[in-house]
Design a protein around this ligand. Structure first.
Ligand SMILES: Nc1ncnc2c1ncn2[C@@H]1O[C@H](COP(=O)(O)OP(=O)(O)OP(=O)(O)O)[C@@H](O)[C@H]1O
Length: 268
């Protein structure tokens, strides 16, 4: 069943459209990749789906969460669904983390808000989540402040916080772009494992086609604020229909060839 659905989503600033007429839906267990060049409107689309657009931006269309339209809804209505039905992790985990609060209490926050757990039960659950995202020595680590952790550890905390209340959709907006390549691969492996285990539907946003193709089953391609292509990943990779998707596939293939000069073209 579709959890999150947007139809005709348009976002404007001072009368200028930044995102135009975007429509798609997400159900639990879906794995959808949203790809496009810088400035194509991916992040604004993600922020709109959680009612987090910067002030001054105007929206039209519909954002249905469990069938209820949230477009233009008051913040109190959004707070009921954020973290409980739909969660988000950002490129820079510090965006979501309070620098002055121990990370365990931050993971515990949504559990107290949405599940009514008392402080000690929520903090115990936070320790379990730290273990689940493979953070070392969870009982000690929950007392650390965000700046005491590495970038990769902070992204693990952000994932624990986002998934703690078992949302049915997770939006991951370039969650590994700020990390070095080895840590990036570890976080992608963890994300793959967590979405498989929890059954959460994933909207994975990136400008990196090979990364998206590794995680997603469906692909949405954005350019200059519009969706220009959508379909199963394999179909888009084999038979891209739009000129822009063809360019993306061709340049990803070139990068792969550069990275693997030992592999002949006809072997792929
Ligand atoms: N706070 C803002 N104020 C004004 N314009 C903005 C703001 N945020 C984004 N934009 C503009 O909206 C458009 C879409 O931006 P968006 O951040 O959604 O792109 P993106 O595809 O996520 O890019 P990137 O991959 O670089 O994150 C761009 O033209 C951008 O300049």
């Amino acid at each position: 069943m579709t959890v999150l659905e947007t139809t005709g989503l348009t976002i404007t600033l001072d009368g200028q459209p930044l995102v135009r007429d975007v429509s798609f839906g997400l159900a639990a267990r879906d794995r959808v990749g949203l790809i496009g060049e810088s400035g194509s409107g991916k992040s604004l689309t993600a922020l709109a789906l959680l009612g987090l657009l910067p002030p001054g931006m105007r929206t039209s269309g519909r954002i249905l969460i469990d069938g209820e339209d949230h477009l233009g809804a008051p913040d109190r209505q959004w707070r009921r669904v954020r973290g409980r039905t739909v969660s988000i992790v950002f490129q820079e985990p510090l965006t979501a983390l309070d620098p002055l609060m121990p990370v365990g209490r931050q993971i515990a926050g949504p559990l107290r808000l949405h599940q009514g757990l008392n402080r000690s039960d929520a903090e115990r659950r936070a320790i379990e989540w730290c273990d689940r995202v493979h953070l070392p020595d969870p009982a000690r680590l929950v007392r650390a402040l965000p700046h005491e952790l590495s970038g990769g550890q902070r992204q693990r905390v952000a994932l624990a916080m986002a998934l703690a209340c078992r949302p049915r959709v997770l939006i991951a907006d370039e969650p590994t772009t700020a990390l070095d390549v080895t840590v990036q691969a570890q976080i992608l492996t963890l994300l793959d494992e967590l979405i498989e285990e929890t059954g959460v539907g994933l909207l994975f946003i990136s400008h990196d086609l090979p990364v998206v193709a590794g995680l997603a089953r469906q692909l949405l391609v954005m350019r200059t604020g519009r969706l220009v292509e959508s379909g199963p990943v394999d179909d888009v990779l084999r038979r891209p229909r739009s000129g822009y998707a063809r360019q993306l596939v061709a340049s990803a293939a070139r990068v792969t060839r550069l990275a693997r000069p030992d592999v002949r073209t006809e072997d792929r």
